[in-house]
Design a protein around this ligand. Structure first.
Ligand code: ASP
Length: 305
């Protein structure tokens, strides 16, 4: 099981040791919750949903509760989940007030014949399933509010984890391989601070910010979404494995350290294959990340090494 909490300009020394510990504890909790499901014979799908739910409930990450502010002062969230065994997928975009967007994405997959619901229609779908709507206060966070205040009168929109100051960062994601060798990926985000005009990033787009296929890999991305969209990043990792015979690690590194960089994109991804191999490349200073394997190998990291 591998999870991430966003990649960006996470420079050593800018965060207090206490803050670092807070992030690591939050990552650890989500990792262990997801891993416990795998250990008990549960599915990769349940494991990634649970881990992402956990990260969505933390105010530390840019997803669910900790989502960034849009130009209108609201929170618009995107999420996607995909099952590598069946290649079923569900995604939602531009939703507001939903505590756990990844669960709504899963409901799109499980309870409709569609893959992707957006905006007002996605909200009507949520209401039809009796999702409770959280008030704006639930999503309010002083730090995120200040991030937005600093740029709200400009045309700028920014990755919340690319600022050279201490802060709360991160789109979240999880990938997992279960005991049956099935893999799955889930990604959830508040997008970019000060985004407007119904901007949608890579995270909810199947094959871009999120993808899973038992034949190749399960991938969850984080970074400057516009570049990831143009790079069709998650599917590109899968294609390099399928068509070029690359290993998971080779393919993931080729995409993040070469192809995305070539078009000017910054960010990273986490990936697993059906044999339980893992990759976590990023071309930024850091990426909140954690993994645990069935050989009891476990690591929680923020910076390059
Ligand atoms: N990729 C996300 C987006 O562009 C942002 C992030 O990774 O934090 O919406």
């Amino acid at each position: 099981m591998v999870i991430h909490g966003g990649a960006g300009t996470l420079v050593k020394g800018l965060m207090t040791p206490e803050k670092e510990e807070e992030y690591k504890a939050a990552l650890n909790e989500a990792l262990e919750k997801g891993y416990a499901i795998l250990e008990n014979g549960g599915s990769a799908m349940d494991a990634v949903e649970t881990a992402v739910n956990n990260l969505e409930d933390s105010p530390l990450f840019n997803a669910g509760k900790g989502s960034v502010f849009t130009n209108d002062g609201t929170h618009e969230m995107d999420a996607a989940i995909m099952d590598g065994k069946t290649r079923d997928a569900g995604a939602v975009s531009l939703i507001t007030g939903i505590k756990n967007p990844i669960s709504l994405a899963r409901d799109v997959m499980d309870k409709t014949d569609h893959v992707f619901l957006a905006g007002e229609g996605a909200m009507r779908f949520a209401k039809s399933l009796d999702y409770t709507l959280e008030t704006p206060e639930y999503f309010y966070d002083e730090h995120r509010y200040q991030q937005w205040q600093n740029i709200k009168d400009s045309d700028k929109f920014e990755l919340d984890h690319s600022m050279k100051k201490e802060g709360k960062f991160g789109t979240v994601g999880a990938v997992a391989c279960d005991k049956s060798g099935n893999i799955a990926a889930a990604t959830s985000t508040g997008g970019m601070t000060n985004k407007r005009w119904g901007r949608v990033g890579d995270s909810p787009m199947i094959g871009v910010g999120n993808y899973a296929n038992n034949k190749t890999c399960a991938v969850s991305c984080t970074g400057s979404g516009e570049f990831f969209i143009r790079g069709v990043v998650a599917y590109d990792v899968s294609c390099l494995m399928e068509y070029k015979g690359m290993t998971l690690v080779e393919a993931a590194s080729e995409v993040i350290n070469k192809r995305v960089l070539e078009i000017g994109g910054d960010g990273g991804l986490i990936a697993v294959d059906a044999k339980g191999n893992i990759a976590m490349p990023f071309n930024t200073e850091g990426m909140y990340r954690a993994f645990k394997t069935s050989e009891e190998k476990k690591e929680i990291g923020i910076y390059k090494d």
